[in-house]
Ligand binder design. Structure first.
Ligand SMILES: Cc1cc2nc3c(=O)[nH]c(=O)nc-3n(C[C@H](O)[C@H](O)[C@H](O)COP(=O)(O)O)c2cc1C
Length: 183
């Protein structure tokens, strides 16, 4: 079973999660620009990772473009963002808005909290956060938008790794079972 990781972020949080996952599974990592169509075609399992900017996933367009190719594969999507796990409805909206209709029921989604270092941001992103911080009524969200946050944690990837291992084991058992019958 061949597995690959495709990721796209802006300031390093998504890349860090993709790197941790790649190291744990020993799978190769690609940005969309690096990924050859043939490599995607040859993969059985694809882990896709992107971060969220104003509700939009960095890989929104890539998912749409490759929806038909992904249809025939096992796809895991990890979404890196600021929204905490207890805001389930907000997170589900992000997934619904960014996963193409064709893949909605087929993709297994994980949410990882990322990191925001205000000083590292482009002027446009600083401005976007400044304006958004004036309109939110959520005090925690305002605090994150003004001062940033860091919720990077390697343990966040464990449930994803567990599920990928389950898929690998079950596909191995299927092959082993088929072989037994053939013998
Ligand atoms: C301008 C801006 C807009 C953002 N919009 C959202 C958002 O709509 N929802 C959210 O949960 N996080 C939002 N975030 C937080 C990022 O998704 C988070 O910082 C993430 O870790 C960035 O990952 P990256 O460095 O891999 O791009 C935003 C951050 C910035 C700078």
């Amino acid at each position: 079973m061949k597995g690959i990781i495709v990721y796209k972020g802006k300031y390093g949080a998504t890349r860090q999660y993709a790197t941790w996952i790649g190291e744990a599974l020993n799978w190769p990592l690609f940005t969309p620009e690096q990924l050859l169509n043939q490599t995607l075609d040859d993969a059985d399992v694809v882990i896709v990772g992107g971060s969220v900017y104003a509700g939009q996933l960095t890989l929104h367009d890539w998912l749409k473009k490759h929806a038909h190719q992904l249809l025939r594969k096992k796809v895991f999507l990890f979404i890196v963002c600021a929204t905490p796990a207890d805001k389930k409805d907000v997170l589900e909206q992000i997934a619904k808005h960014n996963i193409p209709a064709l893949l909605q029921d087929l993709v297994t989604v994980f949410y990882f909290r990322g990191r925001l270092v205000i000083n590292d941001l482009s002027w446009l992103h600083k401005l976007m956060l400044k304006l958004a911080s004036r309109t939110t009524n959520d005090a925690d969200e305002k605090e994150r938008m003004v001062h940033g946050f860091d919720a990077m944690n390697k343990d966040n990837i464990l449930p994803l790794l567990q599920l990928v291992n389950d898929v690998q084991t079950s596909s191995f058992n299927k092959v082993a079972g088929r072989k037994m019958w053939a013998d």
